[in-house]
Write a protein that binds this ligand. Structure first.
Ligand code: ADP
Ligand code: MG
Length: 302
């Protein structure tokens, strides 16, 4: 056993704690039995959690810094979709061995993104097992201001942020070549280091009627929004932003962009933030305006 493999759980936790920069509202962070957090008056606490398992949610050869970034990014994307501003997070790590170098690199990615959003790591759990990372993120939203999936109304516009399909094209290349190296760098960046649309999400307060973040592909995720809103949508496939093939833009997954609905009166305000791709109507389900059927999304790449 090498020195790093003998690092004990306690030492790993100390390594994590030494790199955390606490916010003022962390009354008690890493080191006690639980964290104590000071929620500002007039706000709701918004809580989400996501797990990444090796070989299922990322290719096993993914570098640890990218895994760290993505483990937090997918959670901040959920907060963004609720219009919540990130505040705190917790991290449950199952590691096959206590590899301090792996942990340091993982934290490079995780804490870089946490720092961008002033999201403090306040606790977690460290165990031995097949590589698996669970993160919970906690965000704040003015009381009653969280966006839900269920508020879309017939006549609302449907919008998406950024571009779609790049991560799916990256995964398709990875599948075809059995290597991450052949992936076009911009697509690889989208797969490994997605940008959670936190600022855009917060801007949607008071404007959007419903929102969801795109993890499983536009067709599947917009379908969830429509089901929750008991509504349908007519989409122009030509308007779905990005250079990727239509099937990847529509059913790819791993985009971590936002899809939201808003009344037409907000078009001018929203135009700098997103692309309008269609509108909500009362006919159930998602339909394309050229009549072509919707391709099925895939659930992860394994
Ligand atoms: P307990 O046995 O009381 O749950 P632990 O020994 O598991 O305590 O954890 C000690 C402290 O370290 C706690 O504050 C816990 O939240 C924190 N901690 C453990 N693992 C992690 C981790 N991976 N990331 C951040 N904090 C962690
Ligand atoms: Mg305890």
């Amino acid at each position: 056993m090498g020195a790093s493999a003998m690092t004990r759980e306690f030492d790993l936790i100390a390594r994590i704690a030494s790199r955390v920069r606490p916010r003022r509202d962390v009354a008690l962070g890493i080191g006690d039995d639980a964290a104590v957090l000071d929620i500002p008056p007039g706000h709701d606490l918004v809580v989400t959690m996501d797990t990444l398992n090796t070989g299922i949610h990322f290719p096993p050869e993914t570098d640890p810094a990218s895994i760290g970034w993505k483990a937090l990014a997918v959670n901040l994307s959920d907060l963004a979709a609720m219009a919540a501003t990130p505040a705190w997070c917790t991290l449950s790590l199952a590691l096959p061995d206590a590899d301090a170098a792996w942990l340091d690199a993982f934290l490079d990615g995780f804490l870089a993104l946490a720092g961008q959003h002033d999201c403090t790591l306040v606790g977690g759990d460290t165990t031995r097992g097949p590589l698996s990372i669970s993160v919970a993120a906690h965000g704040l939203v003015p009381h009653g201001g969280a966006l839900r999936r269920s508020g879309a109304q017939p006549g609302d516009d449907v919008w998406v942020t950024g571009t779609l399909g790049d991560a799916a094209e990256a995964l398709a290349t990875w599948r075809a070549t059995a290597s991450l190296d052949g992936i076009e760098p911009r697509q690889r960046e989208r797969l490994e280091r997605p940008t959670p649309r936190v600022d855009t999400g917060a801007r949607l307060r008071g404007l959007a009627t419903a929102a969801i973040d795109l993890s499983d592909g536009l067709a599947a995720d917009l379908g969830h929004l429509l089901a929750a809103s008991r509504a349908g949508a007519l989409i122009d496939p030509q308007m779905i932003p990005g250079d990727a093939d239509l099937v990847h833009r529509l059913a790819g997954g791993d985009d971590y962009e936002l899809c939201f609905t808003a009344p037409a009166q907000h078009r001018a305000t929203l135009k700098p933030l997103a692309t309008r791709i269609g509108h909500i109507d009362a006919t159930p389900g998602l339909r394309l305006n050229d009549g072509t059927p919707i391709p099925r999304g895939w659930t992860h790449f394994a």
